[in-house]
Design a protein around this ligand. Structure first.
Ligand code: ZN
Length: 262
């Protein structure tokens, strides 16, 4: 018996392989330590797949995808393999590997595993500490952890020091939203953001690719108080949609909602 059987969390793998820094997170080495071999292939119809047989697995990744997506895919498939070892096969498309995919439990768990493997809290949180919630911060962290802008933005709002949200919108409306733990439950996000937002301008015909400014919070939120407060918005075209970071530099709205909660 190889002793490698059974579930191992990313933190357990980091201890086993003595990985302490983001640049040491080599996913092929980690996969190998999990008895899985990574192959790069031309794939159509899916981003990655996993075939497991008893105690061995092969992870195939789309060779044409950007490096960041390949890394997330490998982390996602290791997540499947760690949870469902044995004779298994998974075929995972980009939609299932959306950072906020939540309909399907095995897929959601594999995405959480991938996020913990690529941006472990023990390494990410100290690097996100006291950093401004801006695209510049997201880009710096994405560069260090070799992750996509969207996946990194979600991690930053969840683990950063300031109240913030990350939202992804396409012409079909909001696709997902992520927020930090310190936002009040009473905050109600609009299904469709207002016209006076950077995101609307980017989604429209303006030709702009990104921008940042303070906007009235009622462009993003339904709460009655929202038109009295502003929120800092930075948006950028990403994939087929727009990724937005909302940052409460002015916490007035949050304080008003907290008073309401009491
Ligand atoms: Zn999957």
């Amino acid at each position: 018996m190889s002793g490698g059987q059974g579930f191992r969390s990313p933190e357990m793998l980091f201890r086993q392989l003595r990985i302490t820094r983001p640049e040491h997170i080599d996913l092929e080495v980690i996969a190998y330590a999990c008895e899985a071999l990574v192959r790069y292939e031309p794939l159509t119809g899916c981003e990655a797949y996993l075939i497991g047989n008893h105690d061995r697995a092969i992870i195939a990744v789309n060779e044409a995808s950007p490096m960041q997506r390949q890394r997330f895919s490998i982390g996602h498939e290791i997540g499947h393999w760690m949870r469902d070892r044995g004779t298994v096969s998974f075929s995972c498309d980009q939609r299932k590997m959306s950072p906020r995919w939540r309909q399907d439990n095995p897929e959601r768990l594999a995405n959480l595993y991938a996020a913990d493997l690529l941006m472990p809290e023990s390494m990410f949180r100290p690097r996100a500490q006291r950093r401004e919630i801006t695209l510049a911060t997201v880009r710096a962290l994405a560069h260090e952890f070799r992750t996509s802008l969207s996946a990194t933005a979600i991690r930053l709002v969840e683990m950063g020091s300031f109240p913030a949200m990350a939202i992804y919108t396409t012409t079909e409306g909001r696709q997902w939203a992520a927020s930090g733990r310190d936002l009040p439950d009473a905050l109600k996000l609009r299904d469709q953001m207002g016209m006076n937002t950077v995101a609307s301008e980017i989604l429209g015909e303006s030709g702009e690719r990104e921008g940042a400014r303070s906007v009235y919070a009622d462009n993003w939120f339904l709460n009655d108080e929202a038109d009295r407060f502003s929120v800092h918005e930075e948006s950028v075209r990403a994939g087929g949609g727009v990724l937005s970071l909302l940052w409460w530099k002015d916490e007035g709205l949050l304080l008003a909602l907290e008073r309401e909660d009491e």
